[in-house]
Design a protein around this ligand. Structure first.
Ligand code: ATP
Length: 365
Protein backbone atom coordinates (compact mmCIF):
# COMPACT_ATOMS: atom_id res chain seq x y z
CA UNK A 1 0.00 0.00 0.00
CA UNK A 2 1.27 3.45 -0.81
CA UNK A 3 0.66 6.50 1.29
CA UNK A 4 -0.76 9.62 -0.24
CA UNK A 5 1.20 12.72 0.63
CA UNK A 6 -2.05 14.68 1.05
CA UNK A 7 -3.37 12.33 3.69
CA UNK A 8 -0.79 13.62 6.17
CA UNK A 9 -1.60 16.43 8.56
CA UNK A 10 0.75 19.04 9.85
CA UNK A 11 -0.75 19.29 13.34
CA UNK A 12 0.77 17.46 16.29
CA UNK A 13 4.06 19.30 16.16
CA UNK A 14 6.14 19.07 19.26
CA UNK A 15 8.60 21.60 20.72
CA UNK A 16 12.05 20.32 19.94
CA UNK A 17 14.32 19.94 22.93
CA UNK A 18 18.03 19.52 23.59
CA UNK A 19 19.07 16.34 25.33
CA UNK A 20 22.51 16.41 26.88
CA UNK A 21 24.51 13.53 28.30
CA UNK A 22 27.00 15.03 30.75
CA UNK A 23 29.95 12.72 31.41
CA UNK A 24 27.88 9.56 31.72
CA UNK A 25 29.48 6.41 33.07
CA UNK A 26 27.72 3.16 33.66
CA UNK A 27 28.74 -0.09 35.25
CA UNK A 28 26.44 -3.09 35.51
CA UNK A 29 26.65 -5.48 38.46
CA UNK A 30 29.45 -7.53 36.85
CA UNK A 31 31.89 -4.68 37.43
CA UNK A 32 33.20 -3.78 33.97
CA UNK A 33 32.26 -0.33 32.66
CA UNK A 34 29.73 -0.26 29.80
CA UNK A 35 29.88 3.52 29.36
CA UNK A 36 33.07 5.43 30.10
CA UNK A 37 32.55 9.20 30.24
CA UNK A 38 30.12 10.03 27.45
CA UNK A 39 29.43 13.73 26.89
CA UNK A 40 27.12 14.28 23.96
CA UNK A 41 24.21 16.52 22.97
CA UNK A 42 21.27 15.88 20.67
CA UNK A 43 20.41 19.37 19.44
CA UNK A 44 16.80 20.57 19.05
CA UNK A 45 15.12 18.99 16.04
CA UNK A 46 18.11 17.00 14.90
CA UNK A 47 18.32 13.30 14.17
CA UNK A 48 21.39 12.01 16.00
CA UNK A 49 22.46 8.46 15.18
CA UNK A 50 24.25 6.42 17.84
CA UNK A 51 26.42 4.07 15.85
CA UNK A 52 28.76 1.35 17.05
CA UNK A 53 29.47 -2.35 17.05
CA UNK A 54 27.55 -4.80 19.18
CA UNK A 55 28.24 -4.26 22.86
CA UNK A 56 29.58 -0.71 22.47
CA UNK A 57 26.92 0.66 24.85
CA UNK A 58 24.38 2.26 22.46
CA UNK A 59 21.29 0.67 23.96
CA UNK A 60 22.48 1.35 27.49
CA UNK A 61 22.87 5.06 26.68
CA UNK A 62 19.37 5.12 25.19
CA UNK A 63 17.90 3.36 28.24
CA UNK A 64 19.61 5.92 30.48
CA UNK A 65 18.02 8.75 28.46
CA UNK A 66 14.63 7.06 28.76
CA UNK A 67 14.94 6.53 32.51
CA UNK A 68 14.74 2.74 32.24
CA UNK A 69 18.29 2.50 33.54
CA UNK A 70 19.97 4.84 36.05
CA UNK A 71 23.55 5.76 35.16
CA UNK A 72 26.32 5.16 37.67
CA UNK A 73 27.69 8.72 37.44
CA UNK A 74 27.05 11.81 35.30
CA UNK A 75 23.88 13.68 34.44
CA UNK A 76 21.18 13.76 31.76
CA UNK A 77 19.73 17.19 30.98
CA UNK A 78 16.65 18.07 28.96
CA UNK A 79 16.75 21.73 27.93
CA UNK A 80 19.30 22.43 30.67
CA UNK A 81 17.07 20.83 33.30
CA UNK A 82 18.55 17.83 35.07
CA UNK A 83 16.29 14.80 34.59
CA UNK A 84 18.76 12.25 35.94
CA UNK A 85 21.77 12.95 38.15
CA UNK A 86 23.06 12.82 41.69
CA UNK A 87 20.03 14.63 43.11
CA UNK A 88 17.19 13.93 40.64
CA UNK A 89 15.76 10.93 38.86
CA UNK A 90 12.62 11.51 36.82
CA UNK A 91 10.76 8.30 35.99
CA UNK A 92 10.26 7.55 32.26
CA UNK A 93 6.67 8.84 32.13
CA UNK A 94 7.74 12.29 33.37
CA UNK A 95 10.53 12.81 30.86
CA UNK A 96 8.62 13.76 27.70
CA UNK A 97 10.55 11.09 25.86
CA UNK A 98 9.07 8.63 23.34
CA UNK A 99 10.45 5.20 22.60
CA UNK A 100 10.40 2.95 19.54
CA UNK A 101 11.98 -0.49 19.76
CA UNK A 102 12.91 -2.93 17.04
CA UNK A 103 10.15 -5.43 17.78
CA UNK A 104 7.36 -2.76 17.48
CA UNK A 105 5.53 -4.46 20.40
CA UNK A 106 1.99 -3.67 19.22
CA UNK A 107 -0.82 -5.27 21.22
CA UNK A 108 -2.49 -7.78 18.87
CA UNK A 109 -5.85 -7.70 20.67
CA UNK A 110 -6.16 -3.89 20.52
CA UNK A 111 -7.23 -1.92 17.44
CA UNK A 112 -4.65 0.26 15.77
CA UNK A 113 -6.32 3.33 17.27
CA UNK A 114 -6.20 1.82 20.77
CA UNK A 115 -2.56 0.84 20.29
CA UNK A 116 -1.75 4.48 19.53
CA UNK A 117 -4.04 5.77 22.30
CA UNK A 118 -2.32 3.51 24.81
CA UNK A 119 0.22 6.04 26.07
CA UNK A 120 -2.21 8.96 26.28
CA UNK A 121 -3.52 8.18 29.75
CA UNK A 122 -3.34 11.78 30.95
CA UNK A 123 -6.02 12.87 28.45
CA UNK A 124 -9.77 12.35 28.41
CA UNK A 125 -11.01 9.53 26.16
CA UNK A 126 -12.12 11.95 23.45
CA UNK A 127 -8.93 14.02 23.54
CA UNK A 128 -6.84 10.87 23.47
CA UNK A 129 -8.77 9.65 20.43
CA UNK A 130 -8.23 12.97 18.65
CA UNK A 131 -4.51 13.00 19.39
CA UNK A 132 -4.16 9.36 18.37
CA UNK A 133 -5.92 10.08 15.06
CA UNK A 134 -3.58 13.03 14.45
CA UNK A 135 -0.59 10.76 15.03
CA UNK A 136 -2.05 8.07 12.75
CA UNK A 137 -2.65 10.65 9.99
CA UNK A 138 0.90 11.77 10.42
CA UNK A 139 2.13 8.29 9.52
CA UNK A 140 -0.54 7.94 6.82
CA UNK A 141 -2.53 5.15 8.50
CA UNK A 142 -5.63 6.91 9.84
CA UNK A 143 -7.91 4.86 7.58
CA UNK A 144 -6.81 1.74 9.47
CA UNK A 145 -7.75 3.06 12.91
CA UNK A 146 -10.41 0.41 13.55
CA UNK A 147 -8.41 -2.52 12.19
CA UNK A 148 -6.15 -4.89 14.12
CA UNK A 149 -2.35 -4.96 13.74
CA UNK A 150 -2.15 -8.38 12.05
CA UNK A 151 -3.61 -7.04 8.79
CA UNK A 152 -0.72 -4.59 8.40
CA UNK A 153 2.63 -5.26 6.73
CA UNK A 154 5.81 -5.10 8.81
CA UNK A 155 6.54 -1.59 7.58
CA UNK A 156 3.03 -0.39 8.40
CA UNK A 157 3.25 -1.92 11.87
CA UNK A 158 6.47 -0.03 12.39
CA UNK A 159 4.66 3.17 11.39
CA UNK A 160 1.95 2.45 13.98
CA UNK A 161 4.68 2.02 16.60
CA UNK A 162 6.05 5.38 15.49
CA UNK A 163 2.57 6.95 15.71
CA UNK A 164 2.22 5.59 19.25
CA UNK A 165 5.57 7.10 20.22
CA UNK A 166 4.83 10.54 18.74
CA UNK A 167 1.18 10.75 19.89
CA UNK A 168 2.05 12.23 23.31
CA UNK A 169 4.20 14.81 21.44
CA UNK A 170 7.44 13.90 23.15
CA UNK A 171 10.26 16.40 23.18
CA UNK A 172 12.71 13.65 22.30
CA UNK A 173 12.14 10.41 20.44
CA UNK A 174 14.46 7.47 21.11
CA UNK A 175 14.60 4.67 18.55
CA UNK A 176 16.54 1.45 19.14
CA UNK A 177 17.40 -0.35 15.88
CA UNK A 178 13.92 0.57 14.61
CA UNK A 179 14.33 -1.01 11.18
CA UNK A 180 16.25 -4.16 11.96
CA UNK A 181 13.15 -6.35 11.84
CA UNK A 182 12.31 -5.28 8.28
CA UNK A 183 13.56 -6.91 5.09
CA UNK A 184 16.08 -4.87 3.17
CA UNK A 185 13.79 -3.49 0.46
CA UNK A 186 11.10 -2.47 2.92
CA UNK A 187 13.77 -1.00 5.18
CA UNK A 188 14.72 1.73 2.70
CA UNK A 189 11.12 2.84 2.25
CA UNK A 190 10.25 2.79 5.96
CA UNK A 191 13.47 4.60 6.82
CA UNK A 192 12.70 7.40 4.36
CA UNK A 193 9.11 7.60 5.66
CA UNK A 194 10.29 7.75 9.26
CA UNK A 195 12.77 10.50 8.50
CA UNK A 196 10.03 12.49 6.81
CA UNK A 197 7.73 12.04 9.83
CA UNK A 198 10.52 13.06 12.22
CA UNK A 199 11.16 16.21 10.20
CA UNK A 200 7.48 17.13 10.17
CA UNK A 201 6.97 16.49 13.89
CA UNK A 202 10.21 18.40 14.58
CA UNK A 203 11.05 16.11 17.48
CA UNK A 204 14.65 15.67 18.47
CA UNK A 205 15.48 12.05 17.71
CA UNK A 206 18.22 9.65 18.77
CA UNK A 207 18.41 6.57 16.59
CA UNK A 208 20.54 3.56 17.55
CA UNK A 209 22.01 1.50 14.74
CA UNK A 210 25.04 -0.70 14.08
CA UNK A 211 24.79 -0.04 10.34
CA UNK A 212 27.01 2.79 9.10
CA UNK A 213 25.01 3.29 5.90
CA UNK A 214 21.79 3.57 7.87
CA UNK A 215 23.40 6.17 10.13
CA UNK A 216 24.58 8.11 7.06
CA UNK A 217 21.12 7.99 5.51
CA UNK A 218 19.28 9.05 8.66
CA UNK A 219 21.51 11.12 10.86
CA UNK A 220 22.07 14.86 10.74
CA UNK A 221 25.03 13.86 12.86
CA UNK A 222 26.52 10.55 13.86
CA UNK A 223 28.07 9.64 17.22
CA UNK A 224 30.30 6.59 16.91
CA UNK A 225 30.85 4.52 20.07
CA UNK A 226 33.38 1.84 20.81
CA UNK A 227 33.77 0.00 24.12
CA UNK A 228 31.63 2.57 25.91
CA UNK A 229 33.63 5.54 24.66
CA UNK A 230 32.67 8.19 22.14
CA UNK A 231 35.13 7.81 19.27
CA UNK A 232 33.96 10.65 17.04
CA UNK A 233 30.87 12.76 16.50
CA UNK A 234 30.01 14.79 13.43
CA UNK A 235 28.28 14.86 10.07
CA UNK A 236 28.53 11.77 7.87
CA UNK A 237 31.04 13.38 5.52
CA UNK A 238 33.26 14.46 8.41
CA UNK A 239 33.45 10.93 9.79
CA UNK A 240 33.95 9.47 6.32
CA UNK A 241 36.50 11.95 5.01
CA UNK A 242 38.32 12.83 8.23
CA UNK A 243 38.06 9.78 10.46
CA UNK A 244 39.80 10.21 13.81
CA UNK A 245 41.46 6.81 13.58
CA UNK A 246 41.54 3.48 11.78
CA UNK A 247 38.54 2.18 13.71
CA UNK A 248 36.34 5.06 12.54
CA UNK A 249 37.61 4.71 8.96
CA UNK A 250 36.99 0.96 9.00
CA UNK A 251 33.45 1.45 10.23
CA UNK A 252 32.53 3.48 7.16
CA UNK A 253 34.37 1.62 4.42
CA UNK A 254 36.17 -1.63 3.81
CA UNK A 255 39.89 -1.01 3.85
CA UNK A 256 43.19 -2.45 2.69
CA UNK A 257 45.66 -1.78 5.48
CA UNK A 258 49.44 -1.52 5.13
CA UNK A 259 51.98 -0.93 7.89
CA UNK A 260 54.98 1.10 6.81
CA UNK A 261 57.37 3.91 7.78
CA UNK A 262 57.51 7.50 6.61
CA UNK A 263 60.42 8.62 4.48
CA UNK A 264 60.74 12.24 3.46
CA UNK A 265 57.04 13.02 3.85
CA UNK A 266 55.67 9.98 2.10
CA UNK A 267 55.00 6.33 2.80
CA UNK A 268 55.78 3.44 0.47
CA UNK A 269 53.13 0.69 0.22
CA UNK A 270 52.72 -2.24 -2.17
CA UNK A 271 50.04 -0.23 -3.97
CA UNK A 272 52.17 2.86 -4.35
CA UNK A 273 53.81 5.75 -2.56
CA UNK A 274 51.41 8.03 -0.71
CA UNK A 275 51.82 11.45 0.84
CA UNK A 276 52.17 11.43 4.64
CA UNK A 277 52.30 15.11 5.55
CA UNK A 278 52.84 15.94 9.19
CA UNK A 279 54.65 12.70 10.05
CA UNK A 280 58.30 12.60 11.06
CA UNK A 281 60.91 10.64 9.14
CA UNK A 282 61.04 7.03 10.29
CA UNK A 283 57.64 7.19 12.04
CA UNK A 284 55.50 4.04 11.81
CA UNK A 285 52.24 4.69 10.02
CA UNK A 286 49.19 2.69 9.03
CA UNK A 287 48.06 3.39 5.49
CA UNK A 288 44.42 2.54 4.76
CA UNK A 289 43.15 2.38 1.19
CA UNK A 290 39.43 2.07 0.62
CA UNK A 291 38.34 -0.81 -1.60
CA UNK A 292 36.81 1.81 -3.86
CA UNK A 293 40.17 3.59 -4.13
CA UNK A 294 41.53 1.83 -7.21
CA UNK A 295 41.24 2.52 -10.90
CA UNK A 296 41.92 -0.59 -12.95
CA UNK A 297 42.82 -1.16 -16.58
CA UNK A 298 44.45 -3.65 -18.91
CA UNK A 299 46.77 -1.24 -20.70
CA UNK A 300 50.22 -0.39 -19.24
CA UNK A 301 49.79 1.54 -15.98
CA UNK A 302 51.33 2.41 -12.61
CA UNK A 303 51.21 -0.91 -10.77
CA UNK A 304 50.89 -4.50 -11.83
CA UNK A 305 48.37 -6.85 -10.26
CA UNK A 306 46.98 -10.27 -11.01
CA UNK A 307 43.29 -11.06 -10.67
CA UNK A 308 42.81 -13.92 -8.19
CA UNK A 309 39.05 -13.84 -8.06
CA UNK A 310 36.18 -11.58 -8.99
CA UNK A 311 32.61 -11.39 -7.77
CA UNK A 312 29.94 -9.73 -9.85
CA UNK A 313 27.50 -7.54 -7.88
CA UNK A 314 25.70 -5.75 -10.73
CA UNK A 315 26.85 -2.14 -10.60
CA UNK A 316 30.25 -3.03 -9.18
CA UNK A 317 32.42 -6.08 -8.92
CA UNK A 318 34.75 -7.14 -6.11
CA UNK A 319 38.27 -8.16 -7.03
CA UNK A 320 40.87 -10.06 -5.03
CA UNK A 321 44.24 -9.09 -6.46
CA UNK A 322 47.76 -10.37 -6.00
CA UNK A 323 50.09 -7.38 -5.79
CA UNK A 324 53.89 -7.72 -5.52
CA UNK A 325 55.01 -6.95 -1.97
CA UNK A 326 51.56 -7.39 -0.38
CA UNK A 327 51.29 -10.33 2.04
CA UNK A 328 47.56 -10.73 1.56
CA UNK A 329 45.31 -10.14 -1.47
CA UNK A 330 44.40 -6.53 -2.15
CA UNK A 331 40.65 -6.08 -2.35
CA UNK A 332 39.17 -3.65 -4.86
CA UNK A 333 35.65 -2.60 -5.72
CA UNK A 334 35.44 -1.48 -9.33
CA UNK A 335 32.72 -0.58 -11.79
CA UNK A 336 31.43 -3.56 -13.78
CA UNK A 337 32.79 -3.38 -17.31
CA UNK A 338 36.08 -1.79 -16.25
CA UNK A 339 37.80 -5.11 -17.04
CA UNK A 340 37.14 -7.61 -19.81
CA UNK A 341 35.89 -11.03 -18.76
CA UNK A 342 39.27 -12.69 -19.48
CA UNK A 343 41.38 -10.01 -17.74
CA UNK A 344 44.15 -11.60 -15.65
CA UNK A 345 47.22 -9.39 -15.51
CA UNK A 346 46.01 -5.86 -14.97
CA UNK A 347 47.21 -2.43 -13.86
CA UNK A 348 46.15 -0.40 -10.86
CA UNK A 349 46.29 3.23 -9.97
CA UNK A 350 45.42 4.74 -6.62
CA UNK A 351 42.80 7.38 -6.08
CA UNK A 352 44.42 9.65 -3.48
CA UNK A 353 41.10 10.74 -1.96
CA UNK A 354 40.59 7.13 -0.85
CA UNK A 355 43.89 6.90 0.99
CA UNK A 356 44.10 7.63 4.73
CA UNK A 357 47.28 7.72 6.79
CA UNK A 358 47.25 7.21 10.56
CA UNK A 359 49.92 7.06 13.19
CA UNK A 360 50.39 3.36 14.03
CA UNK A 361 49.04 2.64 17.49
CA UNK A 362 48.84 -0.62 19.40
CA UNK A 363 45.08 -0.79 18.75
CA UNK A 364 45.59 -0.34 14.97
CA UNK A 365 48.29 -2.97 14.68
P1 ATP B 1 23.88 -4.25 20.53
O1 ATP B 1 24.06 -3.55 19.21
O2 ATP B 1 24.38 -5.67 20.51
O3 ATP B 1 22.51 -4.11 21.13
P2 ATP B 1 24.87 -2.13 22.20
O4 ATP B 1 25.93 -1.26 21.64
O5 ATP B 1 23.48 -1.59 22.23
O6 ATP B 1 24.91 -3.55 21.54
P3 ATP B 1 24.52 -2.53 25.01
O7 ATP B 1 23.29 -3.36 24.83
O8 ATP B 1 24.36 -1.17 25.57
O9 ATP B 1 25.35 -2.45 23.68
O10 ATP B 1 25.50 -3.37 25.94
C1 ATP B 1 26.79 -2.90 26.28
C2 ATP B 1 27.46 -3.89 27.25
O11 ATP B 1 26.74 -3.92 28.47
C3 ATP B 1 27.48 -5.30 26.76
O12 ATP B 1 28.73 -5.87 27.06
C4 ATP B 1 26.38 -5.99 27.51
O13 ATP B 1 26.65 -7.35 27.71
C5 ATP B 1 26.36 -5.23 28.81
N1 ATP B 1 25.01 -5.20 29.39
C6 ATP B 1 23.91 -4.66 28.83
N2 ATP B 1 22.83 -4.78 29.63
C7 ATP B 1 23.27 -5.43 30.74
C8 ATP B 1 22.64 -5.86 31.97
N3 ATP B 1 21.36 -5.63 32.20
N4 ATP B 1 23.43 -6.48 32.87
C9 ATP B 1 24.74 -6.69 32.65
N5 ATP B 1 25.39 -6.31 31.54
C10 ATP B 1 24.67 -5.70 30.59
Amino acid sequence: MTVQEGSRVSAGVTFAARLYFDNITHTFGNGSATLRGISLAAEPGEVLCLLGPSGSGKTTLLRIAAGIEAQTTGRVLLNDKEIAGPSVFLPPEQRSIGLVFQDFALFPHLTILDNVRFGLTALSREEAKREAMIALSRVGLDTYAGAYPHILSGGEQQRVALARAIAPRPAVLLMDEPFSGLDSRLKDAVRAETLDILRRSRATAIVVTHDAEEAMRMGDRIALLKDGRLKQVGRAEELYQKPADLFVAGFFSELNVFETRVQAGSAETPVGRVAAPGFADGQKVTVAVRMSGFDVGEAEGEMQARVLSRRYLGVVELLDLAVPGADTPVRARVRCGALSSQARDIFLSLRRSDVLVFETRAENA
